[in-house]
Design a protein around this ligand. Sequence first.
Ligand SMILES: *Cc1c(COP(=O)(O)O)cnc(C)c1O
Length: 239
Amino acid sequence: MREEEIAAGLAAVQDRIGAACAAAGRDPAEVTLVVVTKTYPASDVQVLAKLGVTDVGENRDQEAAPKAVAVEATGAQVRWHFVGQLQRNKCRSVVEYADVVHSVDSVRLARALGGAADRHRERPLDVLVQVSLDRDPSRGGAVVGSTVEPDRDFDRVAVTVAEAASLRLSGIMGVAPMSWPPEAAFERLAEVAVRLRAAYPNAVAVSAGMSADLEQAIAHGATHVRIGSAVLGTRPKLR
Ligand SMILES: *Cc1c(COP(=O)(O)O)cnc(C)c1O
């Protein structure tokens, strides 16, 4: 049965988070599990909510928007985290259902999201600035100390979010580059977290770690882990 399958995956991931926190001398209450439900149906989100999951993540607006509506219609309550690459023309839709956006990586996107939140939300939207850890501008993420592309400069993105009336600068997000040891990636992310907190003491969230590397992320201070396949099963490649 699907519910038993999900319960088993969830228990295994919660055990891993508990063990990683114990090894790092951290309190598990400091780490929020965001179950990434992309490619899985709204009924799985309902099951997760019933099992006590409070936070779910999605990476495409086309899929997330109808799913959020379907879940809300069942009365289940979860917080929606948008974790994928976001196009400016989707901001209007995303601010209607998302509680947190993890993937703001340009000044232009921050402005578009702030404008959409001004017009279409009552509560401020929590925003994490996505950091490019390998500084490769062809992939996602803002670049610390970028001189070539001011629109993608980390400090400029952070200031733009912080100054937007309807956005709340809450922290940073990172994805370990494929070719890197995760420790090196999360160590660099932790350095960026220190830099951000020096300027914005309330921006404490560090979103890092997926199914394969949550232990390393927690060792380096992750406050949010984004876990898909380890809870819900291996996703089909195409859909
Ligand atoms: C899909 C996804 C995840 C979850 O990945 P798993 O390896 O299935 O745990 C985490 N973060 C982002 C940005 C994703 O798109």
